[in-house]
Write a new protein. Structure first.
Length: 289
């Protein structure tokens, strides 16, 4: 990812207010939530957008700076200081070189996860198209996310029920994770979605892998099985002109979701045609990292 592709000529300083460990201590991955105070009153963002974080790079290989996009995990907030606040959901990433077997630390994720309260970061943006919200409050929304793909939906659901309010359509969140320990914002330490469980129109459906891993041949089998169990409801949302589908996650979620819906519609060709129609109608929204 090249910084020149996203640098709009202006950067901002953001101070770390909170760095909280939000995944279970026994989870496979460490996930942290950073609350930042942007030192610029005019900085604004909307649900579904991302901010760029510019961190020190690796000078030995010619990278003085490293750039990474992160989706904002909350609605637009102003702190008591008058400065904007934003929340980022960060998974600490490490990679094993497939040739040498050497372990490498993810540059941006480790830098951010190690920040202390009071530290300053350089950011830019925001980038990306905000999540569109149907004008019809009776519209049914199908949300599908895996891993840290839950972050934009945390903001989106809050926006639907708190900022807009009186939402009458169904909002169904399908969230895939390796195990219950890997759930984010839906665990015993922090269950942000529980405040909406009393909303008659909201339902959060957990898709947990019984083996604690992903199916390398076709995505996440648990997500597939859970959606298959709700096939009638899902197909009704796909068919009706007030049904909207939002998908968020890493790149491989595209293949996973395409495989799932191809099975639901009976063939890859049928799904390709339907997905093209949904996109043309503005009813298929993707946020892919």
């Amino acid at each position: 990812m090249r910084i020149q592709d996203y640098d709009k000529g202006e950067t901002f300083q953001a101070r770390v207010l909170v760095n909280a460990h939000i995944s279970s201590p026994d989870a496979n991955d460490e996930v942290r939530e950073l609350t930042l105070e942007v030192q610029q009153h005019s900085f604004e963002y909307r649900v579904g957008q991302s901010v760029g974080v510019i961190v020190p790079g690796i000078p030995e290989i010619g990278h003085t700076h490293h750039f990474r996009l992160y989706t904002v995990a909350d609605t637009y907030q102003i702190g008591d200081s008058g400065y904007p606040h934003l929340k980022l959901c960060i998974k600490r990433c490490n990679y094993i070189d497939e040739y040498s077997g050497e372990l490498f630390q993810g540059v941006a994720s480790n830098f951010l996860c190690d920040r202390l309260v009071g530290d300053s970061l350089t950011i830019n943006g925001p980038f990306g198209t905000p999540f569109p919200v149907p004008q019809d409050k009776s519209a049914n929304l199908l949300l599908i996310g895996m891993g840290t793909g839950i972050a934009p939906f945390r903001a989106f659901i809050r926006h639907i029920y708190e900022d807009i309010g009186d939402w009458q359509g169904h909002v169904k969140l399908f969230y895939g994770a390796k195990t219950g320990l890997d759930l984010i914002y839906m665990n015993e330490h922090q269950d942000d979605f529980s405040q909406y469980y009393d909303e008659q129109t909201f339902e959060a459906i957990k898709a947990l892998s019984p083996r604690g891993n992903w199916d390398a041949s076709g995505g996440n089998t648990s997500l597939s099985s859970v959606i298959q169990e709700r096939a009638k409801e899902v197909l009704a949302i796909l068919a009706h002109n007030n049904g909207y589908i939002y998908v968020a996650g890493l790149k491989d979620i595209e293949d996973t979701v395409d495989n799932i819906f191809a099975k639901l519609l009976g063939s890859e060709q049928a799904w390709t045609k339907r997905k093209t129609e949904l996109k043309a109608q503005g009813r298929w929204i993707e946020l892919i990292y």
